[in-house]
Design a binder for this molecule. Sequence first.
Ligand code: DX5
Ligand code: ZN
Length: 217
Amino acid sequence: MNHLVAPSLLAADFANLQRDIEMVNRSQADWFHLDIMDGVFVPNISFGMPVIKAISRHATKPLDVHLMIVDPDRYLETFHALGAAVITAHYEACTHLHRTIQKIRSLGIKAGVVLNPHTPVTVLEDILTEVDMVLIMSVNPGFGAQSFIENSYTKIRRLKQMILAKHAKVLIEVDGGVDLSNAAKLVEAGVDVLVAGNTVFSSKDPIHTISRLKQLL
Ligand code: DX5
Ligand code: ZN
């Protein structure tokens, strides 16, 4: 499968959100990545329901909703109703992860689990065949524009091995510090979905940057 590119709107200009959404619509990007932070699970608050509703009115590509919140089960139906095509919840925030994954899938959308940098991929051994995607955090969640954690390559390779060994159909997504210097190496390690915030929105020509992340040039 060719890898996907998911620009993270956390790095967009919130005063010109419609303009930035339309830029992503016109670009070669595949998904919109939406970061939902509650100020409890992570030390930052991003945006909530009214903003997601406004985004979904303009976005013409699937919404990939990354929940950095405690007790995500409370809001799964709401995020689905707001237009999420993919919902990822943190392993570290789910006491009953299996139930959370089942709930997301019962809504008819893709279910993913997210691992913080310190959480080993081996904790997914008994849930891997039940998920559609694993998101490997390559920074500590909470903020954009942080430096990529190099150990992420090892985690991605290990996870890819686990997926192959189980003949599972699971996408690997990577999020945090993704740029033009590491994108190709990440895809080579096994990544299917590249999330990029700062790299896209701080560049002079975001459409061109997205196409470079897509072509790996
Ligand atoms: C961090 C978020 C990321 C963030 C990535 O907690 O999950 O999606 O927007 O931003 P960059 O690509 O700038 O590291
Ligand atoms: Zn994210």
